[in-house]
Ligand binder design. Structure first.
Ligand SMILES: Nc1nc2c(ncn2[C@@H]2O[C@H](COP(=O)(O)OP(=O)(O)OP(=O)(O)O)[C@@H](O)[C@H]2O)c(=O)[nH]1
Ligand SMILES: [Mg+2]
Length: 241
């Protein structure tokens, strides 16, 4: 079987409510692009039927020419660890990082077009850049802005958003992924900041965020771990170098 040209990595955790419909809908939207692609469902720690649904999807769709679905499943809940392992499993020349409640094919199209021109090796879909639309509740929008400001001050981050949608040329970013030290939520930020510091050509594009459901984990419950990992990252990058 041929290798897919594009890998779409989607971390999933307790997503039995939307997983099947989201994947069928994504496949439908991608059909008109004519891509050879795989979707890697990077699961860990789900206590519902996410794994069974993912396995069923992977049995049904197994040809990259028409969109292959794969699932990996390990250990306790950890978004960053799942994303990292999913990226390392990806076989495509181009990799897209997605979220199951977004699955934004319009971003996929625009980001892949940019990668193909060679203008950038990493494209970031920003929900905070000029021209973006963030339909999430105001408290989450403001929390995202505060988080980006913290990354700017502590780590010299030069963009507007590190979380959410990304697309990149796999070989150009593999060493960056492997160098990342922190997991959970902050992995996504470390990935972008390390890429920027390493001289990777980055382009941010505005996106419209329309979630299929509210987040599974309460925003405020995430704060202590985020602060701990940002402190760890600041030490690793700014002090240890
Ligand atoms: N494997 C794995 N996936 C996770 C975990 N937590 C969240 N996800 C997945 O990550 C994606 C985004 O999760 P959401 O619950 O929507 O969180 P969010 O607050 O909208 O995400 P951000 O705004 O990007 O921080 C979804 O595809 C989730 O299934 C986890 O612990 N492990
Ligand atoms: Mg979400």
């Amino acid at each position: 079987m041929t290798k897919p040209r594009i890998s779409i990595v989607i971390p999933v955790y307790n997503e039995q409510g939307i997983l099947h419909a989201a994947i069928v809908d994504l496949r439908e939207r991608l059909k008109s692009f004519g891509w050879s692609y795989e979707v890697i469902l990077a699961e860990n720690g789900s206590r519902d039927h996410t794994v069974e649904i993912g396995e069923e999807l992977s049995r049904k769709y197994n040809d990259p020419a028409t969109g292959q679905i794969r699932i990996m499943s390990l250990g306790e809940p950890n978004y960053g660890k799942a994303m990292k392992q999913g990226i390392l499993l990806a076989r495509g020349e181009l990799v897209i990082c997605e979220e199951i409640d977004l699955c934004d094919a319009d971003f996929h199209r625009r980001a892949i077009d940019i990668l193909e021109t060679g203008e950038a090796d990493l494209v970031i879909g920003s929900k905070l850049a000029d021209g973006s639309e963030d339909d999430r509740p105001m408290v989450r929008h403001v929390a995202s802005q505060a988080y980006s400001t913290m990354l700017k001050v502590l780590l010299g981050f030069r963009g507007t958003d590190t979380h959410g949608l990304k697309a990149f040329r796999r070989v150009a970013l593999l060493d960056t992924v492997r160098a990342c030290l922190v997991d959970k939520d902050v992995f996504a930020s470390e990935f972008v900041i390390r890429a920027d510091r390493g001289g990777v050509k980055i382009r941010e594009i505005p996106v419209r965020v329309i979630e299929k459901r509210p987040p599974s984990i309460n925003l405020f419950k995430r704060v202590p771990n985020v602060l701990k990992n940002v402190a760890k990252l600041t030490y690793a990058i700014r002090i240890r170098g």
